[in-house]
Design a protein around this ligand. Structure first.
Ligand code: IPM
Ligand code: MN
Length: 355
């Protein structure tokens, strides 16, 4: 039997209760395939910043490379701010930059029994947004300039940065079953190459990489049209790849079509480190009240298991979540689970044990 060592950052707000839920599920899933889980608590987030003046404890980046995965809860508290007024404690820049996790992988899947504002049914929405995670507009984080009359943030794309994330998208498409509507493996390039040079550069590199994957279909959407089509015809999409800021926006849009942010996990993947988190924030107003939907964090745990070489355990977690929705044990009202956070956890763990 293998011991899986995972680092855990609980995070702020609803983070600790979501992470507790995910750890319970991971424990059962790992035991279910004959292995064991060892947790190493790490410190990071807005509360860490408030206590120590730094949002991430020393040494976390080095240790993260040694873990089988790092599970991170949502972080950030609106009243904990840096001197420049930005929110302190947000770990995106520190972890994504520090670990060079260049691909932010965000699966969007509509599960049974989940209300959607579209006319689609479970099975009709099943795609992955691959968000470039280390450059684009976010490279300007903390270094934009302003005076009283104007402010400038610059966006940058590098050949290296675009190429590696596009390859990640094509490699991922090869592992999937294709788009819901036609079963065709497809990578869609989302950009604004009709207006901006940097996006034309992105598209050009996308086309070069696509030539190496003749077995995977590819197509293009301008970002505005992509927003439209993700609502109007989501079944067309299998894998989408895009610049950082576009990926931030379109992944929240996608989330709205699959039951809300509380359904959506993400993997931040680099060459020698990865971490796993919900795509949403720390919802301080819900904290400690057993109200939040833990599914995003639980599914982030499933992505961790895939990455750690235990895809059967990851599949078991996804199947248990799917089952809990399919048989009505978990129902959402306005994106929140009717029975509460812990009831969802119990329903998933019960199905894991049965499965
Ligand atoms: C996300 C989040 C972060 C981002 C925030 C918390 C900085 O919204 O992971 O999508 O904008 O990248
Ligand atoms: Mn976001």
């Amino acid at each position: 039997a293998r011991t899986l060592t995972i680092g855990v950052i609980e995070g702020d707000g609803i983070g600790p209760e979501l992470v507790a839920s995910a750890v319970e599920v991971l424990d059962a899933a790992v035991a279910g395939v004959g292995h064991r889980l060892e947790l190493v608590r790490e410190d990071g987030g807005a509360d860490t910043y408030r206590r120590t003046g730094e949002a991430l404890a020393p040494g976390v980046l080095d240790r993260a490379r040694g873990y089988d995965g790092l599970l991170k809860g949502p972080v950030g508290l609106p009243d904990v701010r840096r001197p420049d007024g930005t929110e302190a404690g947000l770990l995106g820049g520190l972890l994504r930059g520090g670990l060079d996790t260049y691909a932010n992988v965000r699966p969007m899947r509509l599960l049974p029994g989940v209300a959607t504002p579209t006319r689609y049914a479970p099975g009709d929405i099943d795609y992955v947004i691959v968000r470039e995670n280390t450059e684009g507009l976010y490279l300007s984080r903390g270094v934009g300039v302003r005076n009283d009359r104007a402010a400038v943030d610059q966006l940058m794309m590098t050949r290296h940065g675009v190429e590696r994330v596009v390859r990640h998208a094509f490699d991922l498409a090869r592992t999937r079953r294709g788009a819901p509507v036609d079963g065709v493996s497809r990578v869609t390039c989302v950009d604004k190459s009709n207006v901006l040079r940097s996006f034309a550069f992105f598209r050009e590199i996308f086309e070069e990489v696509a030539a190496d994957y003749p077995d995977v279909e590819h197509d293009f959407r301008y970002a505005d049209a992509a927003a439209h089509d993700l609502v109007a015809s989501p079944g067309h999409f299998d894998v989408l790849v895009m610049e950082n800021f576009l990926g931030d926006i379109l992944s929240d849009l996608g989330a709205a079509t699959v039951g809300g942010l509380g359904m959506c996990p993400s993997a931040n993947v680099g060459a020698d480190a990865a971490y796993f988190e919900p795509i949403h924030g720390s919802a301080p107003s819900l904290a400690g009240r057993d109200l939040a939907n833990p599914v995003s964090q639980v599914l982030a745990g499933a992505l961790l298991l895939d990455h750690a070489g235990l895809p059967a355990a990851g599949d078991a977690v996804r199947a248990a979540v799917h089952g809990a929705f399919a048989d009505g044990a978990v129902r959402l009202a306005d994106g929140r689970p009717e029975g509460g956070t812990r009831a969802v956890t119990a329903a998933v763990v019960e199905r894991l044990a049965a499965g």
